[in-house]
Design a binder for this molecule. Structure first.
Ligand SMILES: NC(=O)C1=CN([C@@H]2O[C@H](COP(=O)(O)OP(=O)(O)OC[C@H]3O[C@@H](n4cnc5c(N)ncnc54)[C@H](O)[C@@H]3O)[C@@H](O)[C@H]2O)[C@H](O)CC1
Ligand SMILES: [K+]
Length: 487
């Protein structure tokens, strides 16, 4: 997993990469510009006219290089230079400016903006320091006033790599960040200026990260594959696990059915659904592959993992939750009403077995940890709780954050806005419980489960768009394994 470094460490990281590989800075910039341009060509037709706003630093250097590459690919490109002749350009910005083709129209910033269909923001990157100067503010305002699709290179100009955006910031539809997402790009408070986020590999040598300390990590496709258990010719039913999912109170049985079906689609051998006695019939009809039970205090031996909470209801459940927390000898997942019960009675925290996976969404997290004034505070509290109780806390949302007992915090890269639909969380609970039941370590179950859940959402979202529902995500689960080449 790639470490997420603070903005002020990025140039030191580049330097380390250049030392290790013998590359030159201008070559790394070319790799970044090429990565950006190939993403761009996949997403936009070359009939579009593009205007690129370039600053005087390396972010501007990226912009000049991107201009040259996109022109060669057939786009109509023009440039606005957001600096004065007296300004010092960074060495690599200067080199790329001199490489600009004559056929690219380049103008100085004079307050007028040529029309274009796509505006690329390569004005300021992670090198922004202190308070924004007035002339930079004017340029950002002018950039925002264009009626064009807006794409930021690395980070929206005016936004710092850490913290919440102020009012002087480029309002992007897409932010294409290099090597690692900057922490500010992951804050929901900054969604208004970041838009869709994509992180591109620009070929930084992974050894370059060794010298830098950070507890924040970014989970990508390539990190997940090695964490999976592979099944083979001699695998038997027992390898796929026997799990119990507890929930399905009156009127909410759909939640446990979604979890149950997700667990089966994730590969569980045997799935038991423990529901309210009034719901037994509908549960059996609802998921024919599952077995059902209605005891409030069922026997727990023989189960490989237990997931508790989807649609459970909170009335008179405390004693039951205590029973599960005290008696279970297998790994646990706690979700929904199980979390709300802990929020109401914090003494229950002390009964949670180590390495239990808790999956709160934002509101459930606030009930568990108390109100927070912003997401940064929530991230800090999640880390504190994970370390204190040796738990794994999955704070659900765009780029779900997985806080581990050793203090590491891992942001997920998969997922789509189409997953903001009823039952998507129940699907995750089923997937996580299933992987635990198949013998995955809690850390691997959390990382693989969260990634595959997001990927299933992406695949379902591609097909159904705004109409995506939780059952579409479940149907896409098997495809996520073939996508990653996992048997
Ligand atoms: N490893 C990577 O991710 C790579 C990233 N690249 C790109 O490089 C930039 C960072 O470049 P840097 O030269 O350090 O700084 P910037 O271009 O972001 O900014 C310098 C620019 O900004 C002006 N400035 C600074 N503070 C202010 C202020 N308060 N008000 C107004 N203007 C300000 C300063 O005068 C300079 O002109 C990174 O984001 C990537 O885009 C590399 O290309 C490849 C490796
Ligand atoms: K930028």
């Amino acid at each position: 997993m790639i470490k997420i470094l603070p903005g002020e460490k990025i140039s030191a990281l580049d330097k380390r990469h250049l030392e290790l590989t013998g590359q030159k800075g201008i070559e790394l910039m070319e790799q970044a510009a090429k990565a950006f341009s190939s993403w761009f060509c996949k997403n936009f037709d070359s009939k579009n006219s593009i205007i690129i706003w370039c600053g005087a630093g390396n972010n501007g250097g990226d912009g000049f290089a991107i201009a040259r590459i996109l022109k060669e690919k057939g786009f109509t490109v023009s440039l606005i230079e957001c600096f004065e002749p007296s300004d010092n350009l960074s060495t690599d910005c200067e080199i790329n400016r001199n490489r600009i083709l004559e056929s690219i129209r380049s103008s100085k910033w004079r307050g007028q903006i040529p029309e274009s269909s796509i505006a690329i923001d390569a004005f300021l990157g992670v090198g922004l320091k202190g308070t924004l100067r007035n002339e930079a503010r004017d340029k950002i305002k002018a950039f925002n006033s264009q009626e064009a699709i807006k794409v930021s290179v690395d980070i929206p100009s005016g936004l710092k790599a850490e913290g919440v955006a102020g009012s002087d910031v480029v309002l992007s539809d897409y932010t294409i960040s290099f090597a690692q997402p900057k922490l500010s790009l992951l804050l929901p408070e900054n969604e208004f200026c970041v838009g869709d986020l994509k992180v591109l590999d620009i070929g930084i040598d992974s050894r370059s990260y060794h010298d830098f300390q950070s507890d924040f990590y970014f989970l990508q496709k390539q990190d997940v594959k090695t964490r999976h258990k592979l099944f083979h010719r001699f695998s038997h039913k027992g390898d796929f696990g026997k799990i119990m999912l507890v929930g399905g109170g009156a009127g909410k049985v759909g939640a446990i059915l979604l979890s149950g079906e997700s667990a089966l689609r994730t590969g569980s051998g045997l799935v038991f659904l423990n529901v309210n006695s009034s719901e037994i019939l509908i549960t059996q009809i609802g998921l024919r592959e599952a077995m059902t039970s209605i005891e409030k205090f069922p026997r727990l031996d023989g189960f490989d993992a237990i997931g508790i909470g989807p649609g459970w209801g909170m009335g008179n459940r405390e004693e039951q939750l205590e029973y599960f927390l005290n008696m279970a000898k297998c790994p646990l997942v706690l979700d929904a009403d199980a979390l709300n019960l802990i929020g109401e009675n914090p003494a229950l925290w002390n009964l949670i077995p180590v390495k239990t996976i808790l999956t709160p969404h934002l509101k459930e997290f606030d009930r568990l940890a108390g109100e927070s004034s912003d997401q940064l505070e929530r991230w800090a509290k999640a880390k504190e709780l994970a370390v204190k109780f040796k738990a794994i806390i999955v704070l659900k949302g765009a780029n779900s954050l997985i806080s581990l007992p050793d203090g590491r915090q891992v942001f997920n890269s998969s997922g789509t806005q189409f997953m903001a639909t009823a039952g998507a969380g129940d699907v995750l609970t089923g997937m996580l419980t299933s992987l635990l039941g198949q013998g995955y370590s809690p850390e691997n179950a959390a990382l693989c489960g969260v990634f595959h859940h997001g990927l299933a959402g992406e695949l379902a979202g591609k097909r159904f768009g705004r109409g995506t529902i939780a059952r579409d995500i479940i149907k896409a689960i098997p495809m996520t394994f073939s996508e990653l080449g996992i048997s």
